[in-house]
Design a protein around this ligand. Structure first.
Ligand code: SAM
Length: 244
């Protein structure tokens, strides 16, 4: 299936998943995993479970960030979704300037997709080309943040050990006490949850090792945030303790 932006007016629906009461949860899970990489937001590819989007909304309401740092942007649907949520949140709670910083090896597809939907996005979405493993990348991201940044960080790049560790080590510092760092797709490391054709990635190992570091010890894994039962962010909802 192509993931090019859909034209305005065209229906943008993911393939349906039908549930039979006599089928297993494992079967439902695999269909949902397959579906979530074929979903859309405003006609742009958005690869997240609806359940996870709801969890994000809870975190946005609770922590009230004005900045989302997204590592791994793909086609721009997720950057646009986070931006639109931040703008919506700002209607209810006074925040600083809403901003999404979206980082990818090559942001061209995301830039083009977002520009198609919102030509005036430049003041609220900044794209940065870079490798999450590049030690200079955190500094480049810091340079575009507004002074009053309260950051939520989302790691959604390659779902491998080195990219996950680099994201945590390089970007954990952007999360203030009380804030959140979300590592997506730890499902690659869980037999039965990993997508067909995916192999072990090392995401969960990287999380565990980083949590044992000086920076990581400030965070706890919030398994209670896997509240809707289905999540791709297994052991990945990381909360920085409010009082450290
Ligand atoms: C799973 S997709 C992101 C999905 C998107 N966040 C969403 O929810 O729709 C992964 C993205 O990470 C990028 N990526 C992969 N390895 C990377 C790396 N080492 N550094 C930065 N970006 C990387 C890919 O190019 C791709 O855009």
């Amino acid at each position: 299936m192509s993931s090019a932006p859909r034209r305005p007016g065209q229906p943008a629906l993911p393939p349906p998943v039908s549930v039979r009461l006599d089928s297993s949860v494992a079967s439902l899970w695999q269909h949902r995993v397959d579906q979530h990489v074929r979903d859309w937001y405003m006609g742009l590819r958005l690869q997240k479970f609806p359940e996870d989007l709801r969890v994000y909304e809870h975190l946005l309401w609770e922590y009230q960030p004005n900045v989302v740092i997204e590592l791994g942007g793909h086609r721009g649907g997720s950057a646009l979704w986070f931006r639109d949520r931040l703008v919506a949140l700002a209607r209810y709670r006074p925040l600083g300037r809403p901003l999404v910083v979206s980082v990818s090896l090559d942001t061209t597809p995301a830039r083009e997709g977002v520009a198609l939907r919102d030509p005036g996005h430049a003041d609220s979405i900044v794209f940065i080309d870079g490798d999450v493993r590049d030690p200079d990348l955190p500094g480049r991201v810091a340079a575009v943040l507004p002074g009053e940044a309260r950051c939520l960080v989302v790691e959604d790049t390659a779902h491998e050990y080195d990219t996950t560790m680099a994201a945590l080590a390089g970007f954990g510092r952007f999360v203030a006490p009380g804030g959140y760092f979300v590592v997506e797709d730890g499902i690659v490391d869980v037999a039965g949850l990993r997508p067909v054709n995916a192999g072990w990635g090392g995401v969960l190992l990287a999380i565990d090792e980083w949590l044992a570091t000086d920076d990581g010890r400030a965070f706890t894994v919030r398994r209670d945030l896997e509240m809707y039962g289905l999540t791709t962010c297994v052991r990945g909802w990381l909360h920085r303790r409010p009082s450290d």
